[in-house]
Design a protein around this ligand. Structure first.
Ligand code: KG4
Ligand code: ZN
Length: 346
């Protein structure tokens, strides 16, 4: 089965072609240079860039996969969650292609895509059910149990900011640029992660939930104290120390709540997905936590598959298409910015 998948959920225009779960091409046209100067995603600019680029990215994905649009068996698209004006561009393009080439359309949940990014790297044998996934991106932080390939339940999620959003906001406070997650973790490598005291959120509580707005505010206060309310600029050493301390606390929070979820759901494997899954310290700490349980940690072998990309949407679409979960009324399909992974596909 040849699948062409589109993801325009936020600020990357991405199109991939896959043969079953093997990704043949995965083009990502990043808009970082557009949004970087504003310190975050500007929806109207994102929409315009998606519209300008989508046809070229479709063409490139087909060219790289050495396939024509007429050879595609199934078209797939991210319908949500994400930025409404961005999602719209991909949904409209996928509807158009599906109608022109008279092939079925699969609507994919973006978070299911992040989870399925693991299926390109690992075979069916390695991914034994049930799985527990920690999905950590710029918009979401959730622990999801998968009982079978098309049935998910959320064990816990963030009460406020997402993990990636917290990394981005702290990076911005430290003047590191956008998107800040990877820049912050690079800075943290040379920092003292115990240089300052920051509280781990919800630490005494048994409930499985995340909260990042408290750490973010604590970092803001800390920076004010260090700089005497802006009288001095932060030194490089101070930036490294704040970055390392924040990263240690944010990751300790993610790992502690993941441990609670492991105890509750007894998974066979633990999957990591989303942009923050690229973080090496997170991988290391999760592996350490999972060791006594004898549970393997899996994450996409290619870093590109952690961040937003249409390859993961094509893989998710394969499992949905195998079950014939096609969109029944193509004209009626609409983007859903707040779609939940529990509803799978409309
Ligand atoms: O999944 P993703 O590419 O897009 C969304 O669906 O949101 O995730 C992007 C997020 C950004 O917030 C980015 O700063 C974060 O992932 N990120 C990281 C790292 N690399 C990317 N956060 C922490 N450490 C990293 N190495
Ligand atoms: Zn994402």
């Amino acid at each position: 089965m040849y699948i062409l998948a589109i993801d325009t959920s936020c600020d990357d225009t991405s199109v991939a072609v896959a043969q079953n779960t093997v990704v043949l091409s995965n083009i990502v046209s990043s808009q970082d240079e557009i949004h970087g100067q504003w310190g975050g995603v500007v929806p109207s600019l994102a929409k315009r860039a998606h519209k300008e680029r989508i046809d070229t990215v479709v063409r490139l994905a087909c060219k790289r996969a050495r396939i024509g649009l007429e050879d595609i068996d199934v078209f797939a698209v991210t319908y949500g969650p994400g930025l409404a004006v961005s999602l719209e561009v991909g949904v409209e393009k996928a509807k158009e292609l599906s109608k022109i080439y008279k092939k079925p359309l699969v609507a994919v949940n973006h978070m299911m895509g992040h989870m399925c990014s693991n299926f390109e790297s690992f075979g069916e044998k390695e991914i034994q059910l049930p799985t527990l996934s920690l999905l950590v991106s710029g918009g979401h932080t959730e622990l999801v149990v998968m009982k079978d390939k098309n049935s998910f339940s959320i064990l816990g999620q963030t009460l406020d900011d997402a993990a990636g959003e917290a990394f981005d906001k702290v990076a911005r406070m430290l003047g590191l640029g956008y998107p800040g997650g990877s820049l912050l973790s690079t800075m943290a490598k040379d920092g003292d992660d115990c240089a300052y005291a920051l509280p781990i959120p919800l630490v005494g509580q048994k409930r499985i939930a995340f909260s990042f707005s408290g750490i973010k505010t604590a970092v803001m206060r800390l920076i004010k104290e260090i700089t005497l309310y802006g009288q001095h600029a932060l030194t490089k050493k101070q930036i490294q120390d704040v970055a390392a301390t924040f990263q240690r606390v944010a990751i300790a929070h993610l790992v502690k709540k993941s441990k609670r979820a492991v105890e509750e759901s007894n998974p066979k494997v633990f999957l990591l997905g989303g942009g923050v899954a690229a973080n090496t310290l997170l991988r290391k700490e999760l592996r350490k936590m999972l060791k006594p349980f004898g549970i393997p940690l899996l994450y996409p072998k290619k870093k590109k598959l952690c961040a937003d990309n249409a390859g993961m949407i094509a893989i998710a679409a394969y499992y949905l298409a195998k079950e014939k979960k096609y969109v029944s009324d193509i004209d009626a399909l609409e983007r859903n910015p707040i779609a939940s992974i529990e509803e799978i596909s409309p």
